[in-house]
Design a protein around this ligand. Structure first.
Ligand code: PGA
Length: 247
């Protein structure tokens, strides 16, 4: 049985380096003996470089990165991330898409991540209105298709897809596990039709959106999601470690 992939997305938290180090240390200590999951922590970019030493069981991930280097004030490149030991990068999170990130930019980032050997975590998901208007399949198809444009077929399976319904993120109103499962099936079918069965079965599909200890088992064990992308609940070490125990 492959390990579940559990990714902690700290977003723009916590406020200080001391708090970030304390949170990381508690998680690191807590995961020392667990074997069922692969754990990735994505701290804010300014703290990333502090966690490169002996990460132990925790893999380091970025919340975003830029696809080029040079005169791009404020950005960090995938190469830079790689040089400090980052193995994963979230790409196209809805909180970035909401502020203008396009599918084209997401696509550039995915290609740049793959080119240096960082596994991109492509976030896809519909808004509440899109859902109400039965637009979910159209939205997902577009985000995946455009996100993967130009990616060599043989490498598509390295892209991790996180189904994150926008209306469920940070709301405490998670998507029903059956619904997440049907989205995973939809995504796999789409990949199978476009890239072949092999790629489809290789691709991990995670769930994200108000995931916590109380529902983690429903997504991973019952609904068969390949893992979770956890925001709010990853900021409390106890709750995050509890998630790992439930799956
Ligand atoms: P949440 O965030 O767990 O706080 O809903 C998930 C995410 O945005 O990845």
């Amino acid at each position: 049985m492959p390990k579940s992939l559990i990714i902690a997305n700290w977003k723009c938290n916590p406020s200080t380096l001391a708090q970030a180090k304390a949170l990381f240390a508690k998680i690191n200590q807590g995961v020392a003996r667990q074997k069922k999951s692969k754990i990735v922590v994505c701290p804010p970019p300014v703290f990333l470089g502090f966690f490169t030493q002996k990460p132990g069981k925790i893999f380091l991930g970025a919340q975003d990165a830029f696809w080029q280097e040079g005169p791009f004030t404020g950005e960090s490149s995938f190469n830079m991330l790689k040089s400090i030991g980052c193995k994963y990068a979230i790409v196209g999170h809805s909180e970035r898409r909401k502020r203008g990130e396009s599918d084209k930019e997401v696509n550039n980032k995915i290609k740049a991540a793959l080119s240096v050997g960082i596994a991109p975590v492509l976030c896809v998901g519909e808004t509440f209105t899109e859902r109400e208007n039965q637009k979910t399949p159209i939205v997902l198809r577009k985000q995946i298709q455009e996100g993967l444009t130009g990616v060599a077929k043989g490498r598509v399976g390295e892209v991790i897809i996180a189904y994150e319904p926008v209306w469920a993120i940070g709301t405490g109103n998670p998507c029903r596990p059956e619904e997440a499962m049907s989205m995973k099936i939809f995504i796999k079918k789409f990949l199978s039709q476009n890239y072949g069965k092999n790629i489809s079965s290789k691709t991990k599909v995670l769930y994200g959106g108000s995931a916590k200890a109380a529902n983690a088992g429903e997504y991973v064990i019952e609904a068969g999601m390949d893992g979770l992308l956890v925001g709010g609940a990853s900021l409390k070490a106890k709750e995050f470690l509890e998630i790992l125990k439930k799956i």
